[in-house]
Design a protein around this ligand. Structure first.
Ligand code: MN
Length: 241
């Protein structure tokens, strides 16, 4: 399974699609703009284990601000939302107020629609993201993708009901493994964030999210089979209505 990948952005996406469907039990394809979501849902239709989430990536908030209304309208038409969020790194500081406004709107809409499964970007903005999630506890099931916040932010995230999608790239860092040790095992899900993460110069493929299995087995002191079944039940709990 892969709970956060940009399958539409691989050069050979359409060729990959049937293989992803065959090899993964479930794949959540996140999009970076609502118009991309409209196009991608059309092209990726026909695989019941591949879901396409509607998003507006915070890094391109300014370029895509004109699609803000379309984002809100689209949220009513799907169970899956992402990639949305806030990026607090210095490169995107100028658009922080806009990013925050769009994220707040989207989360408000998720709550109004009875709750969604939401993949969230929070780099350098953990506390801003959590402030908004704490104000909208009916927003559904938030998944913090590639969480890199502080241990204190992690505790707040757990308290507000967040899940965490973690990638092989994240777990290759000491900080990533350190955060993993503090995540309740029922909240952890695999992701790749491909094609933006590379393994030996090549983008991670969606089924390679499961490469985290060996690290999880070590950190959780479980055998890999037990880890796989834990992840299965974590996915079931995410997807149950
Ligand atoms: Mn992403």
């Amino acid at each position: 399974m892969d709970l956060h990948c940009h399958l539409d952005l691989y050069p050979d996406a359409l060729k990959l699609l049937p293989e992803v469907s065959r090899r993964n039990r479930f794949t959540l394809v996140v999009t970076t703009s609502p118009r991309a979501w409209v196009a991608t849902t059309r092209v990726f239709a026909g695989h019941c284990n591949i879901e396409v989430a509607v998003g507006l990536h915070p890094e391109i908030a300014e370029q895509k601000a004109g699609e803000r209304e379309l984002l809100l309208q689209s949220i009513a038409r799907t169970r899956f939302v992402g990639e949305i969020g806030i990026d607090g790194s210095s490169r995107f500081r100028a658009t922080l107020p806009l990013q925050e406004a769009i994220f707040r709107d989207a989360i408000t809409e998720c709550a109004k629609q009875g709750g969604k499964i939401i993949s969230i970007h929070s780099r350098g903005a953990g506390s801003r993201v959590l402030d908004i999630l704490e104000d909208h506890r009916g927003a559904g099931k938030p998944i913090l993708h590639w969480f890199t916040g502080t241990p204190r932010e992690l505790r707040r995230a757990i308290e507000v009901g967040c899940r965490f999608s973690v990638s092989p790239a994240m777990l290759s860092t000491t900080k990533g493994r350190e955060l993993l040790t503090q995540m309740p095992i029922g909240t952890v899900l695999p992701e790749t964030d491909g094609p933006f993460t590379l393994a030996g110069g090549k983008p991670y493929l969606p089924w390679e999210a499961m490469d985290i299995l060996s690290v999880l087995a070590k950190v959780w002191s479980m055998d890999p089979l037990a880890v796989a079944s834990q992840l299965d039940s974590n996915l079931n709990s995410l997807l149950e209505q």
